[in-house]
Write a protein that binds this ligand. Structure first.
Ligand SMILES: *Cc1c(COP(=O)(O)O)cnc(C)c1O
Length: 398
C-alpha cells in the first residue's frame, strides 16, 4: 500500500486503512485557509480568496487530491483546480449563472431533457471536491432541495418512451452510498425503454478510494453501466488512480473521459496529448474536450477557441485515433454540444472535394457523379494511388 502521503506532516500519523477509507477522505477534506496552510505554501492571493467565503463556490479538497499537489508551486495544475483565486469574484460581462441553459430545459426539477433521445439526471448537489472551473456552480455545494426526491423524474421517464439514454450526474452521483445508487439504478432498469445508462463522475479522479469492491458490485449488478469521468491533467493519472481504473475496467465498465480546456492547466498540445496517452494506458477512452463555459467567476480559466482547435490539430493523425476526443462548445444558453475543430476540407465543388491531411498535404476525392467518374474503371484502379488522385486532370477517354 502506498503511504507516500505520510510525508505531509498533517497526515503523517494516519493509518493506511484510514487513508483508504473514502469516508475518512470526505471527513478530512480541507475547507479553510488555516487547514490549507498546513499542507501547501499559500500565496497572498490564495490566502485572500480562501478566507473570503461569500460569493464563491465552496472549497473542499480531499486529502488524496492534496497529496498530488506541488506544495511550493502556485501554478501546479492540481492546485489550480482546487484552490480558489480572487479572480473567481470577477464576473465578466458575458458570464452567465446557467451558461448551458439547463434550468429552462428541466421538465421536472433535476432532469434536463434537451436532446431528443437522452436526458441528464442530476441526483445530488454534492461533490468530493469542488473544481474551481465548475460550470454547474449555481447548483452545487449547497442544498437547494432540487434533488430531494426522484419520483417525478422516474414518472417522467416512464411516460417518455423516446428517452433511451440516461446520464446520471450532479453534483457527483458517487457521493451517494452504494445502497442509494443501487436503488436509483434499479428504478431506472425497471423502465424497459431505457437502454443506455451512464454515470458522469469525477470522484474516481479526485478521490479514487471511492472505487471499492462493493461499488464495483453495484455496477456489475446493473450492467451495462458506462462511466464518463473527468480528467484535466496527466498528473491526475497517479498510481492510486490506476488501481481504481483497473477495478472499474475489470468490472466491465466502459470508461470515457471528458476534459475541460483550462488556461494554465492543459491549454498546451504537449500536455493534452500526454493526458490522452495516460488515459488510454488505463483503459479510459477520451470522449470530449470542452471549451470552458461562460459560467460566472471562471473567466480566468477560459482560452480562445483557436487554442482548442490548435490542440485538436496536434492530436489528429499525430497519435492514435483512440486518443483523439471530440472538441465541443456547449452552445451558450442551451444550444447543446457543438463540435468544432480544424477543417480538413479545403474546397468542395461539383463533386470534386479537395482535402488536406494532418501533414498539410493535399488530396482530391471525386464523388460519384463528378466528371472524373467517366474515367474507365481500368484506368482508375492502378492500385498504387498515392492519395493524389488524378492530380486534378480528368482522364476522359471517349
Ligand atoms: C452532454 C449532455 C448530454 C449527453 O450528450 P452526449 O453527447 O450524448 O454525451 C445529455 N444531456 C445534456 C443536457 C447534456 O449536457
Amino acid at each position: 500500500m502506498d503511504d507516500s502521503y505520510r510525508r505531509i506532516p498533517l497526515w503523517e500519523n494516519v493509518s493506511p486503512e484510514d487513508w483508504e477509507d473514502w469516508h475518512w477522505q470526505l471527513r478530512n477534506r480541507i475547507y479553510t485557509a488555516d487547514q490549507l496552510r498546513q499542507v501547501i505554501r499559500l500565496t497572498p492571493e490564495e490566502e485572500e480568496a480562501c478566507s473570503k467565503k461569500q460569493g464563491r463556490l465552496v472549497m473542499a479538497i480531499p486529502p488524496y487530491w492534496v497529496s498530488l499537489m506541488d506544495p511550493e508551486d502556485p501554478r501546479c495544475p492540481i492546485r489550480r483546480q482546487a484552490v480558489p483565486l480572487m479572480e473567481e469574484f470577477n464576473i465578466g460581462p458575458h458570464d452567465m449563472r446557467d451558461p448551458c441553459g439547463e434550468d429552462s430545459d428541466m421538465p421536472v426539477p433535476g432532469l434536463v431533457h434537451r436532446y431528443p433521445d437522452r436526458v441528464l439526471f442530476l441526483v445530488t448537489e454534492q461533490c468530493a471536491m469542488y473544481c474551481r472551473h465548475c460550470t454547474r456552480r449555481r447548483l452545487v455545494g449547497e442544498n437547494h432541495g432540487l434533488m430531494n426526491s426522484y419520483e417525478a423524474t422516474f414518472e417522467y421517464l416512464r411516460n417518455h418512451k423516446e428517452v433511451r439514454d440516461v446520464l446520471i450526474s450532479g453534483g457527483d452521483p458517487l457521493m451517494m452510498t452504494d445502497v442509494r445508487l443501487g436503488q436509483v439504478l434499479a428504478r431506472l432498469r425497471e423502465i424497459p425503454h431505457l437502454e443506455f445508462i451512464r454515470i458522469g463522475s469525477r470522484t474516481p479522479v479526485t478521490m479514487p478510494q471511492r472505487v471499492t469492491p462493493e461499488f464495483c458490485e453495484v455496477l456489475k449488478k446493473y450492467k451495462p453501466i458506462w462511466m464518463s469521468l473527468h480528467f484535466c491533467h496527466p498528473k491526475e493519472v497517479s498510481p492510486r488512480l490506476k488501481t481504481a481504473m483497473e477495478m472499474l475496467a475489470d468490472s466491465g465498465v466502459p470508461l470515457g473521459s471528458q476534459t475541460v480546456l483550462l488556461h494554465g492547466v492543459n491549454d498546451d498540445p504537449v500536455v493534452m496529448k500526454k493526458l490522452m496517452h495516460e488515459l488510454l494506458k488505463v483503459r479510459v477512452r477520451p470522449y470530449y474536450i470542452y471549451q470552458c463555459d461562460m459560467a460566472q467567476g471562471i473567466t480566468h480559466f477560459r482560452t480562445s477557441v483557436e487554442a482548442g482547435i490548435r490542440i485538436m490539430e496536434a492530436l489528429r493523425g499525430h497519435t492514435s485515433g483512440y486518443a483523439v476526443p471530440t472538441y465541443v462548445i456547449d452552445g451558450p444558453g442551451g444550444g447543446g454540444k457543438i463540435p468544432v475543430g480544424p477543417s480538413y476540407v479545403i474546397s468542395s465543388k461539383e463533386g470534386v472535394v479537395t482535402l488536406r491531411n494532418f501533414e498539410g498535404k493535399i488530396y482530391t476525392y471525386y464523388e460519384p457523379g463528378s466528371v472524373p467518374e467517366l474515367v474507365p474503371a481500368s484506368a482508375k484502379s492502378n492500385g498504387n494511388g498515392n492519395g493524389n488522385g488524378f492530380h486534378g486532370v480528368p482522364l476522359y477517354v471517349p
